[in-house]
Design a protein around this ligand. Structure first.
Ligand SMILES: Cc1cc2nc3c(=O)[nH]c(=O)nc-3n(C[C@H](O)[C@H](O)[C@H](O)COP(=O)(O)OP(=O)(O)OC[C@H]3O[C@@H](n4cnc5c(N)ncnc54)[C@H](O)[C@@H]3O)c2cc1C
Length: 458
């Protein structure tokens, strides 16, 4: 039976102080806004608990009344799974504390912390941790499904930072995740319950040499193949762990279609950082260079300025493929789909590659890709609604062409997987163990809107 607003009456009396937003509430649209707008779904209500006890009571209530439940933090899921139709959405953004513990080796963070909240707090004591390339992404949603980013060579992926977690299960019970559940959370975080807090590794690092290089349009139209060949050579030579590089092609407001490199030198040894920067500057004619010594929090905030704001359109969902290298066939596909890139500022392809610490997990983990690989994200969002179909078609053709290559790995990065690809492929040898964990911790698949595709059916 479809739930309706009368189903919430008991919740209001059970938790009179709980912040509840229903569609009739003036703030509802602002609270409900997801990174992808225009998704024709309307949650039954959004609740904003301020403690793990409130989360527990909400989940217990939803379970008793059989109300579909979803969890939301940064709202970046590109398929809208954090704001589904007629679901009760538990929005954790008011649980955003950051406590530094263990003599500065770790931090306990609230389940609703956004990357920027975390970077701002860590900066006060000269600390850092691994981050993705978005200030508004939820840290738990990013870290627990993989967590690629520019610090991965030095610190590892997001999953490698997770030391502990407190979870609210489908009955509303709150507990510390045991080792087996932590293995599941490090790769399939959203499948088992609400993660109300996590203990993560932190490190001493105050400043980085970072930001973006944009190469001329010629590099895209004529020289992309050459650029990628030289870039691959650099990767083959072995780049330092401190060096984070992300390369992609997007449409820029002034430069138009251009090749860019997000550069990160995560060390205070600036002499070595400038040598690494010079190597990237030599790869093509530069039209914009914003690389400078900055704090991590400033670096993240600056990324936000170049990221399309919440409310982009998406007709196809995202896609991504994992390939071993930029070999001839991969480069051919990148050149072809770069030439056909729709002219919208939110449509792009971008790579992340695993090196250094990202290849050497120290903690048991269900994230499967620990061989050297390049993850090519194919993002078909659009700022202009009329462009959504063209961008979506581009994503589907690009994904299909890249998947047809024999060297493309099975599956992909789960949070950016095209809906046509079975999520099981992303977890490879971990799938059966994860399904058993799912059956144990969420036997009725209460957390069915998880991005993992796990349902506990073995
Ligand atoms: C602009 C943009 C930039 C991105 N950059 C990167 C990047 O640099 N590197 C990278 O690896 N990925 C990146 N991503 C992908 C992003 O990391 C994932 O989509 C991530 O899951 C988003 O988390 P969120 O909290 O922001 O989103 P939400 O949509 O709120 O949540 C995503 C999923 O995680 C679940 N979830 C979130 N928090 C919790 C919790 N506390 N407990 C239980 N379940 C939870 C939600 O239920 C949902 O299923 C990016 C995405 C976008 C749109």
């Amino acid at each position: 039976m479809t739930p309706n607003s009368s189903d919430l009456t008991g919740l209001k009396s059970k938790l009179p102080d709980l912040r509840i937003y229903t569609p009739s509430n003036a703030d509802f649209e602002a609270v409900a806004a997801l990174y992808v707008g225009g998704i024709p779904s309307r949650p039954l209500a959004i609740v904003r608990p301020r403690s793990e006890e409130e989360v527990g009571a909400v989940v217990e209530y939803a379970n008793e009344k059989s109300i579909p439940l979803a969890v939301r933090v940064g709202g970046h899921d590109l398929l809208g799974r954090s704001g589904p139709n007629q679901a009760l959405v538990v929005d954790l953004r008011d649980i955003k504390y950051v406590d530094i513990v263990d003599d500065g080796q770790a931090a306990i963070i609230g389940g609703g912390v956004l990357a920027q909240d975390l970077a701002d707090t860590l900066e006060r004591t000269g600390h850092a941790t691994a981050f993705g390339a978005s200030s508004t992404v939820g840290y738990v949603g990013w870290a627990t499904h993989g967590g690629y980013g520019l610090f991965s060579g030095l610190y590892g992926l997001g999953v490698d930072q997770i030391l502990g977690a407190r979870v609210v299960d489908y009955r509303g019970e709150i507990f510390h995740a045991d080792e087996e559940l932590l293995y599941g959370i490090r790769g399939a975080g959203s499948a088992f319950g609400v993660i109300v807090s996590m203990k993560i590794k932190i490190y001493k690092l105050e400043k980085v040499l970072a930001s973006a290089l944009v190469y001329s349009i010629g590099a895209v139209e004529n020289d992309l193949d050459d650029f990628l060949r030289k870039y691959q050579k650099l990767l083959d030579q072995g780049i330092p762990r401190e060096l984070g590089l992300i390369v992609g092609v997007a449409n820029f407001p002034k430069a138009g279609k251009a090749l860019f490199c997000s550069f990160m030198w995560a060390s205070e040894d600036l002499v070595a950082g400038k040598v690494a920067l010079a190597k990237m500057q030599e790869l093509g004619p530069i039209v914009m260079d914003t690389v400078a010594e900055v704090t991590i929090s400033t670096w993240l905030r600056n990324i936000d300025k170049n990221t399309p704001a919440y409310g982009v359109y998406s007709a196809s969902g995202p896609a991504n493929v994992l390939v071993p290298s930029f070999d001839n066939q991969v480069r051919d596909i990148l050149v072809k789909f770069t030439k056909g890139l729709p002219a919208d500022p939110a449509t792009l392809w971008v790579e992340n590659h695993a090196h250094g610490a990202a290849l050497e997990p120290k903690l048991p983990c269900s994230f499967g890709y620990r061989m050297g690989h390049i993850m090519i994200e194919i993002i078909g969002t659009s700022v202009v609604e009329e462009m959504a179909k063209q961008s979506g078609d581009w994503v589907v053709s690009f994904d299909k062409a890249a998947r047809a290559l024999p060297q493309t790995l099975d599956g992909g990065y789960i949070v950016l997987l095209h809906p046509s690809v079975p999520s099981k492929l992303c977890y490879q040898g971990h799938w059966d163990r994860l399904q058993r964990l799912k059956a144990k911790f969420d036997p009725h698949n209460m957390f069915a809107f998880s991005v993992t595709g796990l349902d506990g059916k073995i």
